[in-house]
Design a protein. Structure first.
Length: 333
């Protein structure tokens, strides 16, 4: 329980279990520092009370984030994407809420990234969200340039396609244990080359026996992905338990995190910890390249906006093919 302060005009608001302090006079609220026992809190309190406090800026991080939440760009995102964005945006808001966004510099973006260097995905999400906020600030005419533009993202573990032995082991383990959710996610991921967030959103109504319709969360692109024969056979024999192909109940799908955790459990059992769930997407693309599909054909399946990643798959497939051809030229003595 938070101890009630004895200072005049100080009040608190509790949001999601976190207590925030405000100087309230009439209907005007002014945010105070988080620690009521700190010198910073005292200085801010007396500056406001004595009238020495600086005029409140309108271009704060908090105001910008609240404004961004109201934009079509954010509101048109799927709920799962909004949730991922909010996770980082609220972290930025908590640390920088009352600060003036217009004073943000490139060095500040780099510092924010480097603060999470131990978790590269979080570090890169920080850069991405600051860049998104900066573009919105440009639209509002707060700033004229994006301070996050060109800031390099950190390199983390590179995704790898799953080797054939691990694919067979995954299938066999799921089949022997009747792990329907895990096996269905795998079949859809390998068969369509889509991200796991898009896989769990697939509905039976999206499947016509030949194609699956997908609106990708990340790109918002609509695709009609042709299903390979092995996927069609699997889906045609899969019980339809609800609206979603991977279904928890009649109208409810399964959470992304749940599938990730279950797949992780299988990976641990078969010794595939080095190969992540996103690697299924890479596996599908490499298989297409090895089968002779063109870059444009691979892109039509995976939905990549550029050919850069597709060329990477092509390069890997070509290297494997050339290696085989080269070794075939060797003669035994």
């Amino acid at each position: 329980m938070v101890k009630k302060l004895e200072r005049k005009y100080v009040t608190t608001k509790t949001v999601k279990g976190r207590v925030y302090y405000y100087f309230r006079r009439g209907e005007t609220y002014q945010r105070l520092p988080n620690d009521p026992d700190s010198q910073e809190f005292d200085a801010a309190y007396w500056a406001i009370r004595s009238g020495r406090a600086q005029k409140k800026t309108k271009t704060t991080f908090e105001a910008l984030i609240v404004s961004y939440y109201q934009t079509p760009e954010f509101r048109d995102r799927k709920p799962r994407v909004q949730q991922e964005y909010r996770r980082t945006l609220e972290l930025i808001r908590e640390k920088n809420g009352p600060k003036d966004f217009t004073k943000l510099r490139r060095r500040d973006v780099i510092a924010a990234r480097d603060a999470y260097a131990d978790t590269w995905r979080k570090a890169n999400a920080m850069v991405e969200m600051i860049s998104i906020l900066s573009r919105h600030a440009i639209d509002l005419e707060w700033i004229t340039a994006n301070p996050a533009s060109g800031v390099k993202k950190l390199k983390g573990g590179e995704y790898q396609p799953w080797p054939a032995a691990k694919l067979r082991a995954f299938e066999a383990y799921c089949e022997s244990g009747s792990l329907e959710w895990e096996l269905t996610a795998y079949m859809l991921g390998i068969g369509t080359g889509q991200r796991i967030g898009d896989v769990i959103g697939m509905e039976w109504a999206h499947y016509d026996g030949q194609f699956i319709s997908v609106v990708q969360e990340k790109t918002a692109a609509r695709l009609w992905v042709a299903c390979p024969e092995f996927l069609r056979k699997y889906l045609d024999n899969l019980p339809r338990r609800g609206r979603f192909i991977i279904s928890q109940s009649l109208h409810k799908g399964v959470a992304k995190r749940t599938i990730q955790q279950r797949v992780m459990a299988v990976r641990e059992k078969i010794g595939a910890q080095a190969f992540v769930i996103h690697g299924w997407r890479y596996t599908a693309a490499v298989h297409l390249a090895e089968a002779g599909a063109s870059d444009s054909e691979i892109q039509a399946v995976t939905g990549h906006k550029t050919l850069e990643m597709v060329k990477k798959y092509r390069s890997q497939a070509n290297q494997k093919r050339l290696s085989q051809a080269a070794q075939a030229r060797r003669t035994r003595t």
